[in-house]
Design a protein around this ligand. Structure first.
Ligand SMILES: [Zn+2]
Length: 86
């Protein structure tokens, strides 16, 4: 599966691929190829859901995230001043 996430290694918004074998989930940043593993458990599945959920909000705030469509792309977004209504 794919998620859009901010890679802590290259500091770009990228497509992250997640592959799991039922025990371990491997997250790979398609931009810098940084990889890390997490156990494929309830916490990890919850983490993926919450990343997906917060992305909707973020995409509203940062429409440039809509341009992120292909593996390998990396987008830098300027953090906007936090919206007090958010
Ligand atoms: Zn990266």
């Amino acid at each position: 599966m794919h998620i859009k996430d901010l890679c802590t290694k290259c500091d770009h918004w990228t497509i992250t691929t997640i592959i799991h074998d039922g025990e371990t989930a491997t997250f790979t940043c398609t931009h810098c190829k940084n990889e890390f593993d997490l156990p494929w458990d309830t916490n990890t599945r919850y983490l993926i859901r919450s990343i997906r959920h917060s992305l909707k909000k973020r995409t509203k705030k940062y429409p440039e995230l809509l341009n992120l469509k292909h593996e390998g792309q990396g987008i830098k977004i300027q953090e906007k001043a936090s919206d007090p209504t958010a």
